[in-house]
Design a binder for this molecule. Structure first.
Ligand SMILES: CC(C)(COP(=O)(O)OP(=O)(O)OC[C@H]1O[C@@H](n2cnc3c(N)ncnc32)[C@H](O)[C@@H]1OP(=O)(O)O)[C@@H](O)C(=O)NCCC(=O)NCCS
Length: 252
């Protein structure tokens, strides 16, 4: 018997305790598992999600992860008071959130996540609010553990030499630590890209510290992206993990 496409849907508060001076419980996260074998295009109608034009050329896996990501985003937006919003991606692939909301989406093979924060109620949006929005971001990422056989080839694209040696001193298998740092840096990218509007690379930020016991990490930018997001600026993030994957988030 086929599983339903969406399973194990949950809401939770975004873990922002102490992160970059954000308030605890300032936003909402939704998470679900999805089953690619149960995917059909008709599910877009079932969930009242529009099928974007560019998805016609996409493989089944991409259609399924997009739908699952939009499903969790729709649930978060509904609770934040934004109903029937068509969440489209820009030409740069970044989702175009409603004006009073910042958010982030991530998916891996069978899990989709969305986290979003309400910046201000839509009916009170002002010039100040808009400028506050441009200086706030959230990044969320989930990654399946990188296979041990791949790490030797890919670590130099993700870590500087200093970070590499730092990870050697930590009591986790290197493939898992590499996955964690990879995910943390993708979360930073998703949080900052909508604010700076430019691409930056994994080697443009470095891990300063990471506590496997508290699930907190700190990254530092090594490159000027804007006057506000300058080289040397630090960002705290949170992570949690299962036997299959690791999830990271940064609110800044
Ligand atoms: C954009 C990127 C971060 C997406 O990560 P990924 O692991 O491939 O995929 P995920 O499932 O985690 O995230 C995909 C979602 O990210 C979001 N996204 C894509 N581009 C984005 C951007 N420029 N800004 C913010 N969010 C973006 C989208 O919602 C996308 O899902 P959707 O297309 O279904 O809507 C990644 O492809 C990338 O380009 N990384 C290189 C840049 C980088 O990470 N630098 C590190 C700096 S320290």
């Amino acid at each position: 018997m086929k599983l339903p496409f969406i399973r194990n849907f949950t809401f939770s508060a975004i873990a922002t305790a102490g992160m970059n001076k954000q308030y605890l419980y300032s936003g909402l996260q939704a998470r679900c598992h999805f089953d690619i074998d149960s995917y059909q295009d008709a599910l877009f109608d079932t969930y009242h999600i529009s099928f974007p034009h560019n998805l016609h050329k996409a493989v089944l896996k991409r259609r399924a992860e997009f739908l699952a990501g939009r499903f969790v985003a729709q649930q978060v937006l509904n609770v934040l008071g934004v109903k029937n919003f068509r969440l489209e991606n820009g030409a740069d692939r970044a989702p175009q959130w409603p004006v009073n909301i910042i958010g982030s989406i991530s998916h891996n093979d069978d899990t989709a996540l969305c986290a979003a924060l309400l910046i201000s109620p839509a009916h009170t949006v002002s010039a100040d609010t808009l400028s506050a929005k441009t200086s706030s971001g959230i990044g969320l990422d989930i990654e399946s553990w990188l296979p041990v056989t791949k790490v030797a080839e890919i670590w130099p694209n993700i870590l500087g030499k200093k970070e590499y040696f730092q990870l050697q001193t930590m009591p986790w298998p290197f493939n898992q630590l590499l996955t964690l740092v990879f995910s943390a840096k993708e979360s930073l990218f998703k949080a900052l890209y909508p604010q700076v509007g430019c691409y930056f690379d994994f080697l443009d930020a470095c891990l300063l510290n990471c506590s496997l016991s508290t699930g907190c990490f700190e990254l530092q930018l090594l490159r000027d992206l804007s006057p506000e997001f300058h080289a040397g600026r630090c960002f705290q993030g949170c992570f949690n993990y299962t036997d299959k994957d690791v999830q990271t988030s940064i609110v800044c």
